[in-house]
Design a protein around this ligand. Sequence first.
Ligand SMILES: Cc1cc2nc3c(=O)[nH]c(=O)nc-3n(C[C@H](O)[C@H](O)[C@H](O)COP(=O)(O)OP(=O)(O)OC[C@H]3O[C@@H](n4cnc5c(N)ncnc54)[C@H](O)[C@@H]3O)c2cc1C
Length: 521
Amino acid sequence: MTPEPDAIFIGAGHNSLACACHLAARGWKVAIYEQNAEPGGAVKTGEYTLPGFKHDWAAMNLSLFAGSAFHGDHAAELASYGLAFAPTAHPFASVFPDGRWLGVSNDAALTTARVRGFSGADAKTWTALTRDFPNRAEAILNVLGSPMNLRAFSSLGWKTWRKTGAGGALDLAQFLMMSPRAWLDQTFESDHVKAMLAAWGMHLDFAPDIAGGAVFPYLEGMAGQAFGMVLGAGGASTMTNAMVKMIETRGGQVHCNAEVTEINQAAGRAFGITLANGTKIKAQKAVIANVSPSALTKLTGGTGGRHEKAMRDFQHAPGTMMIHLAMDALPNWTARELKRFAYVHLAPSMDQMARTYAQAKAGLLPDEPVIVCGQPTVVDPSRAPAGKHVLWLQIRMAPGQIKGDAKDEITATDWTDAAEPFANRALDILERYAPGTRKHILGQHIVTPDMLEADNPNLVGGDQVCGSHHLHQHFMNRPARGYADGTTPIKNLYHTGAAVWPGGGTGAGPGTMLAKKLVGK
Ligand SMILES: Cc1cc2nc3c(=O)[nH]c(=O)nc-3n(C[C@H](O)[C@H](O)[C@H](O)COP(=O)(O)OP(=O)(O)OC[C@H]3O[C@@H](n4cnc5c(N)ncnc54)[C@H](O)[C@@H]3O)c2cc1C
């Protein structure tokens, strides 16, 4: 008989894998149960269009993972299990209807010169922001990398206060509450510069007017310039595969096609799980659920009190649609320089982004959705046959449940029928900036918001980050006040994944912080 593991995980998202790696490295026996046929959740790679074309199902940008505390702790071991990155010095750009473009490269002089092409005053501001970035980033990253309990938060507040003075700490607090538009309007004069940065808020659900979103355009702009961007060599699954190997080498197990249907408890303590096939598995020390808050309620039958109310009230962001393309050439960008960038944002103005968000929230297919065009083979040609490319269009935002079409053209209200015409709307937008691109498409695979959720139930309504990061459910409120450290009211039951502080993305923050809480370091 195999001994009971110390910790059982529900779901093999990267936070579970990171947490399990860290626990296994400290001697815990771990077992992970994943409902999908493969591990990784939103971090996996497959040939979804044609043989030989490797597409990242969801996440492609692994900069957060590469810079994470987890990677810092285990980099050498993960590299020995095959983790490899493909870096680029040209992370992102935006293209505009007037034919102009603006991009950030890992070269401050080059990026500043591009900004100067739009505004001399903005170039001066960019230089000042660049100069202040190391100090300012340290303070912000300390907040984002810190556990959200009262003790840790007070100590962090005190450290910031000592380093920057009262004014500095209060300025930081004010900045963290600002909307992208409030900060961008205060800081820059060019609408192009503002739009290029504001597009980063749309990777989460921070449309330009949402409080708390300014930090994302700021960090992505400055960090993109300071560090570039990294992708996974050969596909994002390099990260998942290496963590699975690390777990298995240390005696842990990752079981796929194993849906968990119940968390077993007695006397207010979780002691195991039940699988869909009826198998029951016990854990000695911890049951760790990487699930959405609504799923946690379902699996436990309710956690009680304020925590249960927060799980029921938890709000999701609008959905995402992905179009994976196999191509025989890159898009014919009218601005040819765009062929160098990992991401090209088709998000021409803050007003368009605000409109798109409002439409998606109202259940409407946006008339002009924000599009992120990912060009992974520019960075990593190994993902496609020689001379060919993979491309994806990420459509932000799209409603999980369709009530109508803001353009009054698409009558379908279910995704099965709306997928094709809505994808065509996105491809038409791409054609505006890169005429003739359609004829280079060799294969296409559309992933609608409901397909994202069917593949991974944590992506409720196609919400790519398992819950809105708006201020009311971020920081100490993610996923519930008093439980941002992954604890729950049920003893030995822990919650991890993007729904828990510090939230979505591939930075493995929730999983790493929980592991350190459980093993002390
Ligand atoms: C389209 C898209 C693009 C993205 N792009 C980026 C990007 O470029 N860079 C970036 O940093 N972030 C990106 N993100 C966000 C990031 O990928 C996610 O926030 C992150 O990967 C979430 O990790 P997680 O550990 O919370 O688990 P998830 O990835 O959500 O995985 C959870 C796992 O749990 C499993 N599960 C759930 N319930 C059960 C159950 N009852 N029983 C068994 N298994 C269960 C699911 O099947 C899934 O495999 C993107 C996300 C999406 C969807």
